[in-house]
Design a protein around this ligand. Structure first.
Ligand SMILES: Nc1ncnc2c1ncn2[C@@H]1O[C@H](COP(=O)(O)OP(=O)(O)OP(=O)(O)O)[C@@H](O)[C@H]1O
Ligand SMILES: [Mg+2]
Length: 327
């Protein structure tokens, strides 16, 4: 396994509120995570859990407040905009907004190549565009259309073609299928899966939908309130997950028939100390309100005082990171 992207204690803290009474908002607590070359990593969690924040760190759209993100071993922020735009692609939620309404599909597709100084013209451009559209299951003639002349599914296919046209090493899919009709979602999911396997790019697939995520990804990371709660192979999410938060997500999405796994919905406020999940956790005990559990495990990590993780070992640095940024 070759590591492509690595976050080392990367956190994001925002300052919110009026100038005189600014508050710290920790969108992402320090996280250590890697994405291997050719790997598809899934990222799930409720709204506001920090998924898009982590995604934008990993493609270098945002710099961490603490820690570092590395790309092929080098600090990502040292990669210039041009290098980044050639090696990273992104497909975001709203196909309506991800394409410029003033440009034809063809011109939108050529933009990333123009940034790289590789913009083809004339017959060569039509050929490149035709091939690029056909790879995502659209007819080549669609290059002459405007975004408003396409359906939501077609627009999202064009966004995928645009993200892939420079043959990137890493592609962020942030809720890329969430805005589509269910039947179209399945087609676009299959397309992403097929292209990811055939082209071999690494991907971060962000979704609220655990079923879609486990279908498409190799590993899954679960975030809650900006903390990594569980990280394990996708197969593990076809069984009751290790972490009570992940089991709560499984129960909420009908993938686990266990009333005891359901999370409390009436108490979403974060506690001052202990485990962030404690007020909502169906299995919380006194220690959960007192001490933040560390992230334990080797290939399968989970953050819970009562996890049944075999041969659990503490990841180096996690304990310091957890206490350093305990806000
Ligand atoms: N620019 C910002 N300024 C202040 N707070 C922010 C900013 N961007 C994000 N946040 C906060 O950071 C937290 C994480 O946001 P993020 O967008 O990463 O969540 P998410 O998991 O992607 O949610 P969703 O599923 O709704 O897209 C939220 O509490 C959000 O309000
Ligand atoms: Mg988001």
């Amino acid at each position: 396994m070759t590591v492509l992207i690595q976050a080392e204690g990367a956190s994001v803290v925002h300052r919110v509120g009026p100038i005189l009474s600014r508050q710290r908002l920790v969108a992402l607590h320090p996280i250590d995570i890697t994405i291997a070359r050719g790997e598809c990593l899934g990222l799930v969690g409720e709204s506001g859990s920090g998924k898009s924040t982590l995604g934008s760190l990993l493609i270098g759209r945002q710099r961490p407040t603490t820690g570092l993100v590395r790309f092929e071993g080098l600090p990502l922020h040292k990669l210039g905009r041009q290098a980044r735009s050639g090696r990273f692609g992104a497909v975001l939620q709203q196909p309506k907004f991800s394409l410029n309404p003033m440009l034809s599909v063809g011109d939108s597709l050529l933009e990333p190549l123009a940034i790289l100084g590789q913009r083809p013209s004339g017959a060569q451009a039509r050929r490149v565009l035709g091939e690029s559209l056909e790879r995502v299951g659209l007819p080549g003639e669609m290059q002459d259309r405007r975004p408003h002349q396409l359906s939501g599914g077609q627009r999202q296919r064009v966004s995928i073609a645009r993200a892939l046209i420079s043959r990137p090493d890493f592609v962020l899919f942030d809720e890329a299928v969430s805005a589509l009709d269910v039947s179209v979602q399945a087609q676009v999911l299959n397309l992403i899966r097929r292209l990811q396997k055939s082209d071999g790019f690494s991907a971060l697939f962000i979704s609220h939908d655990l079923a879609a995520t486990r279908y498409i990804c190799d590993r899954i990371a679960v975030l809650y309130a900006g903390r990594l709660m569980e990280l394990g192979p996708a197969e593990a999410f076809y069984r009751p997950a290790h972490n009570p938060y992940s089991r709560g997500l499984q129960a909420a999405s009908g993938l686990l028939d266990d009333q005891d796994a359901e999370l409390r919905l009436d108490s979403k406020s974060l506690p001052q100390s202990g485990c962030a999940l404690a007020p909502r956790c169906p299995q919380q005990k006194a220690i959960c309100r007192e001490r933040e559990p560390p992230l334990l495990g080797q290939t399968h990590l989970s953050r819970c005082h009562f996890d049944a993780v075999p041969n659990a070992t503490l990841l180096s640095g996690q304990r310091q990171e957890a206490s350093r940024c305990d806000t």
